[in-house]
Ligand binder design. Structure first.
Ligand code: ARG
Length: 462
């Protein structure tokens, strides 16, 4: 351990402090990116004649050797290696001898770790995009099947107006699309190269930052070396965007949970995604959506954790930054796991109970607005129509009947404008069909939205 540091150190670390200080337990996760970053760096050193091309080739070979050792399970650094960066460098020197000691020329772990983290997150962002798209497709497939299935629409969780079930599901496709757009936007700020900032101030070694950035596929370079090594905005932005993904999954999860209850019975859970009770033999529990809802806590917690970790840090690098990794890793892991589980839930874990949904929308007053709109069509001012229908509803509630049970004579007692065509307007299908305003639930509008999404989701490369 004593040889980790320069000759100014005489003693090794207290073992408990070594454990406390080490990040190798979790940052080995960055191994591929650390190797990629080092290869780009060493090629640049060769290109700029800071080391010879032959040395650069040897070092690159050593780094690839470490990659294959790791693939074979033969690269297992311990606490003494402190972190992935030291572990790789040490193994390289073991493999190559003195030439390995040239790798770290013109570089610091501070710009190195920033580079690794960005490369890692950039890959995960691309994978997440595909995972959100899979979930959109699962929702879309259900929506396509249920254009003409009606579902009660709620405000305040009180029956409001009936909806096309497809319309309800497509609302989530919209949210998920915003999530994808947001993550793409975050990607642009992840894709900036800090390499070459060295410890904090840049370097006197004649490096070429554009060369490394280009070979790693970064779109830009940090203009300020201090900012380069101490910017973690991208980690916060990502975690905030992932939090919104979780919010969207959780809102739908909550709906599935109550849809699956005896009281609603709007969906049936298949055996593929539901669990039983250890005690009550009759039970089938919606564990999947409950866990998705529950896992929001950790992702929102990571967002709070990152903001708090960063807020008091003076420029430039501070060891506090080491705490960014587990937050990012777990945010990615949790969000992906939740997306996958929700995709499977909609692919094979639940079925909408169409008959139950149909009867649900027939037994309420969710067509009351349509009576008011009917009178508006006859020239009655909306507010008067609204008051009148309120009186009709009250009358029905007292008699224990629904609007459709009133005779035309009874309707005419309320207002002479009512004609028999009113009854057609009261049918739930017609109530839904008539909402043809842009973005509304009218079947024709929803059909257009389905076409839009079919095209949008279908035309992307898999
Ligand atoms: N393990 C460290 C981290 O995760 C790497 C950078 C260490 N830099 C330093 N100056 N101690 O942030």
């Amino acid at each position: 351990m004593a040889d980790t540091w320069s000759d100014r150190f005489e003693e090794g670390l207290n073992p408990a402090i070594a454990r406390f200080n080490a990040s190798i337990g979790f940052d080995l996760n960055l191994l591929q990116e650390d190797l990629d970053g080092s290869i780009a760096h060493v090629r640049m050193l060769g290109h700029c004649q800071i080391i010879t091309l032959q040395e650069a080739k040897l070092i690159e070979g050593g780094l690839e050797k470490i990659r294959s050792e790791a693939a074979a399970g033969a690269f297992n650094p311990g606490i003494d290696d402190e972190d992935v960066h030291f572990a790789v460098e040490r193994r390289l020197i073991e493999l190559l001898g003195p030439v390995g000691k040239k790798l770290h020329t013109g570089r610091s772990r501070n710009d190195q770790v920033g580079c690794d983290l960005r490369l890692w997150l950039r890959r995960r962002l691309d994978e997440l995009d595909g995972e959100i798209e899979r979930f959109q497709k699962a929702l879309f497939a259900k929506a396509e099947k249920h254009l003409h299935t009606l579902i009660p629409g709620y405000t305040h969780l009180q029956r409001a107006q009936p909806l096309s079930l497809a319309h309800h599901l497509l609302a989530y496709l919209e949210m998920l699309q915003r999530d994808r757009d947001r993550l793409l936007d975050v990607r642009a700020r992840v894709n900036v190269c800090p390499l070459g900032a060295a410890a904090l101030a840049g370097t006197s070694v004649p490096i070429n930052r554009s060369h490394t950035a280009k070979s790693l596929g970064f779109e830009a370079l940090y203009a300020n070396s201090l900012d380069a090594v101490s910017d973690r905005d991208f980690a916060v932005e990502f975690t905030a965007s992932a939090s919104l993904v979780m919010v969207h999954l959780s809102r739908l999860a909550e709906e599935v949970i109550f849809w699956a209850s005896e009281e609603f019975s709007f969906v049936r859970l298949t055996d593929r995604c539901a669990t039983g009770s250890s005690l009550m033999p009759q039970k089938k529990n919606p564990d999947v959506p409950e866990l998705v809802r529950g896992k929001c806590g950790r992702v929102f917690g990571h967002l709070q954790g990152l903001l708090t970790m960063i807020k008091g840090l003076p420029l430039a690098y501070n060891k506090d930054f080491q705490e960014d990794k587990e937050a990012l890793f777990d945010t990615v892991h949790t969000t992906r796991a939740a997306l996958e589980a929700m995709s499977i839930l909609f692919e094979e874990g639940l079925e909408f109970c169409s008959e139950r949904l149909t009867s649900a929308v027939e037994s309420d007053f969710s067509n009351a607005t349509d009576v008011a709109d009917y009178l508006v069509g006859k020239g009655v001012p909306f507010r008067d129509a609204y008051q009148l229908v309120g009186r009709v509803v009250k009358h029905c509630l007292v008699k224990g009947i629904l609007l459709r049970d009133l005779t035309i004579d009874e309707w005419k007692d309320f207002n002479t404008n009512f004609e028999v065509d009113l009854f057609e307007r009261l049918a739930p299908k017609q109530v839904v069909a008539s909402r043809l305003s842009t973005g509304g639930t009218g079947f024709d509008r929803v059909q257009e939205q389905l076409s839009y999404w079919r095209h949008r989701l279908g035309s992307r490369k898999e």
